[in-house]
Design a protein around this ligand. Structure first.
Ligand code: NI
Length: 177
């Protein structure tokens, strides 16, 4: 296993449209293992392959407190959504920033698992928010895109200042998607 480097906003590689996985093979399973290790190490509760510079439609998620609910979604597609939820979100690619985003509260998502078998699952609350956030990554979209241009500009300034100072800001006790 290996820890992978996570791209940070405003890196343009985060803006690519990820390609569907054509075959769920051993390379993809290795990527999934490395993504889990990277996500747990960060620590975060979700990670999309595009964030580790692999533009393919693979995401890993675990919203549990004890790493007990790992979920792999390959070529995920939301087939149903309902309700409205407004939650503070953070992102491993936008370190130290937390802002409220409005999303659907309940979703049904279908995807392939790491054996290449299609399945569908319902999710609500934090898990639903997390899956929507990660699928956005696959389409080159970040949670800060939902904020005003002024706020996004401030975030860009804050992150570039931090990059110059080479200071990594921790997320404290907050959970990062
Ligand atoms: Ni994210």
């Amino acid at each position: 296993m290996a820890l992978l480097d996570i791209l940070h906003f405003p890196d343009k590689r985060l803006r690519r449209q990820a390609r569907p996985v054509e075959e769920v093979n051993e390379d993809i399973r290795q990527l999934v293992r490395d993504m889990f290790e990277t996500m747990y190490d960060a620590p975060g509760i979700g990670l999309a392959a595009i964030q580790v510079n692999v533009p393919q439609r693979v995401i890993v998620v675990d919203v549990s407190e004890d790493k007990s609910r790992p979920l792999v979604l390959i070529n995920p597609e939301i087939t149903n959504l309902g309700g409205v939820e407004s939650m503070d979100e953070g992102c491993l690619s936008v370190p130290g920033v937390f802002e409220k985003v409005e999303r659907a509260d309940r979703i049904t998502v279908k995807a392939l698992n790491s054996q290449g078998v299609e399945f569908a699952t319902d999710a609500d609350g934090l898990l639903a928010v997390c899956i929507q956030h990660e699928i956005d990554h696959l389409d080159g979209k970040l949670f800060i895109d939902y904020l005003s241009e002024l706020k996004r500009h401030r975030i860009r300034k804050k992150l570039s200042k931090r990059a110059r100072a080479e200071v990594q800001s921790g997320s404290g006790s907050r959970r990062v998607i």
